[in-house]
Design a protein around this ligand. Sequence first.
Ligand SMILES: [Zn+2]
Length: 286
Amino acid sequence: MMNEPFSYPNNFLRFLGTGGARFAMLRQMRKTGGIWFTYGGLNGVVDPGPGSLYHMCSATPPLDPHELRAIMLTHRHLDHSTDINVTAEAMTGGGFEKQGMVVLPEDSAVGSGPVLLKYMAQKVGAVVIAEDGRRIDLGMGVTAEPVIHIHHGVDCFGYIFRKNGLRTWGMISDTRPLKHLAERYSECSLITLNVTFPNKKPRLDHMSAEDAGELLQKLHPEVALITHMGVIMIEAGPEKFAKIMSTPQTRAIAARDDMTIDLDTLKAYSKVDIECRESSFLPIDG
Ligand SMILES: [Zn+2]
């Protein structure tokens, strides 16, 4: 344990929530604000679900939503998207500074019920529609490659983030297990994975811990972080699933709310709002 106040690494992820799916969200069993990233000088958030803006503003050390330059959506479901407009308003300084990019699937942006409100789309610097495999230049030399997912009839993508000289990190969102994931994410040293429940449910377009374990056997990232957990995962204790998913090459970690990952060292930190505590790697208990 260190006594100096915690400060964020140069490149990091912070979980503004690790809960997912309808009932874990509605009960706020865990926070549901998505993932903040600071990567190669670029600040962004992926999937600003319920509470996202609040969890940025109340984070210790603080995360300033005005400093955001990328807001990324994997899909339009409420547990991923409710705070997209307020975070966009914060990114644009209340709508007075036309800056930053919103990246989202087509059906989140257009049609009769876009989740990004039309007036807000005009206030941000740019709105970019994700297309499978087409790399998006987010600025500061950072690119995001959308990876097509299949998820209950909505347009849904994961993303792979790259910048020269930095580790490649990928996020796999809500999807049924798909063959191409093992190829597309193969260069990622760190992957965040939405794992909604423990056992396979082929009828549902979500990954179970079993599915995620099989995928990690093929992908071998150095670190895999499990997030977007549903009620059954949370109640069962996700750490035990992470332990099972770990391999000699991959350290799987059940993410916790507010956990911060150093994207250079791949160390995980928890409870930074009380005092800096570098968590032991696996499992992270206490
Ligand atoms: Zn969903």
